[in-house]
Design a protein around this ligand. Structure first.
Ligand SMILES: NC(=O)CC[C@H](N)C(=O)O
Length: 367
């Protein structure tokens, strides 16, 4: 049995606060925007979700690593996308007979730096009150002053366009060619479980790189458009807004998730803003205003759509509302077959309350 490394590590926040702990993953230094996810399961899905690109994740669940990793089945993309990880207790020993490795080895191979032994309750309360900020973690430089100087080089998430860095470089197809429904997917950092939710419902998807001009998507003559999740600031993506505007002109069904929801909103004239703290977890209550039902949802976003601007747009209707803070969770166009949600209906490993949205999209296409 491999013994836990006891090497010291430091976490320094942008405002100069220092948290001390022990090293995990690769020995090194990494900086990014610090955010917390309250989900109790699905850590590998979080680490490989392209929407987390450039971010340092605090897992608030107290034990991480204990069920190891499963390379094939539990990755949302080809590899780890987070910049670094913070947790309370990190286990190098895993106990799941299906696992194909330990999280420690997985992070080492992916060059991911991390820190454990941190009181994540204290840290999260601190960030919750002060708001989102950048941070740096190191297990090689233990001088906070040097780290703070390094931290100044970490870019602000606001204004960053990151989809081009994580999306596919080549067009590819998923699903059966015999499928009746053809969906053009604009890959802004798409999660695998979104694609499988589409193909499971009989869609044949062609996945296009983020900056593909609309004419190329249209040339395939799809029956509908899907605008994916992804990292970065939606306001820094005029190219995607333009693609969605042109897709709306076709009057074909369009569905957007998370970043895709923010892009549909921008294409409909509604702006986005950076939240004091994002929503990241598996138990965010959302009310479907059409059915009156509550859904427990999986979420991961740091930007949101400006609710106060919606009243000026008669062609846009709010369909979903967050019951914790009343932020906008879903919209639909009244003049087009287009809708989107801020949260994650694919939600792997769950909850699955919102999967009906994929059914509705395919139904809209078939109609
Ligand atoms: N999961 C996502 O698509 C995230 C969207 C966007 N990057 C945000 O943080 O709000």
């Amino acid at each position: 049995m491999k013994h836990m490394q006891q090497r010291e590590a430091l976490l320094v926040l942008q405002d100069g606060s220092v948290f001390r702990g022990l090293a995990l993953g690769k020995i090194g230094t990494a900086g990014g925007e610090i955010c917390f996810n309250t989900g109790m399961t699905g850590y590998q899905e979080i680490y490989t979700d392209p929407s987390y690109y450039g971010q340092v994740i605090i897992n608030t669940t107290s034990h991480i690593g204990n069920y190891g990793v499963l390379q094939s089945a539990e990755q949302e993309s080809g590899g780890v996308k987070i910049r670094a990880m913070v947790c309370n207790f990190f286990s190098q020993i895993h106990s799941r007979h299906l696992a194909d490795g330990s999280l420690q080895e997985y992070f080492e191979k992916a060059n991911i730096v991390g820190i454990h032994g941190v009181d994540t309750r204290q840290l999260v309360r601190y960030i919750r009150d002060k708001g989102v900020m950048n941070c740096i973690i190191s297990s090689e430089i233990l001088d906070p002053e040097i780290l703070l100087a390094e931290l100044n080089k970490v870019p602000d998430m606001e204004g960053l366009e990151l989809s081009s860095e994580v999306c596919t470089k080549e067009i590819y197809e998923v699903g059966s060619e015999d499928a009746k429904v053809k969906v053009a997917v604009l890959d802004l950092g798409v999660k695998k479980s979104i694609l499988s939710n589409l193909t499971d419902r009989g869609a044949y998807c062609k996945v296009f790189p983020a900056q593909t001009p609309f004419s190329e998507l249209a040339a395939w003559n799809p029956d509908g458009f899907f605008i994916s999740n992804g990292p970065g600031d939606p306001a820094a993506m005029p190219y995607a807004v333009e693609t969605v505007k042109q897709a709306l002109e076709t009057d074909k069904p369009l569905f957007g998730i998370c970043l895709g929801h923010q892009i549909l909103s921008l294409a409909s004239g509604i702006s986005t803003y950076k939240m004091h703290n994002g929503h990241r977890g598996l138990n965010h209550p959302v009310k479907n205003l059409i059915t009156g039902r509550c859904e427990v949802t999986s979420q991961n976003h740091g930007f949101a759509v400006k609710g106060d601007e919606l009243q000026d747009h008669a062609n846009v209707e709010v369909t979903h509302l967050n019951l914790n803070d009343k932020t906008i969770e879903g919209i639909r166009r009244k003049d087009k077959p287009a809708f989107s949600v801020q949260y994650h209906p694919e939600a792997s490993p769950g909850p699955h309350d919102s999967r009906y949205l994929f059914d509705e999209f395919v139904k809209l296409i078939n109609e």
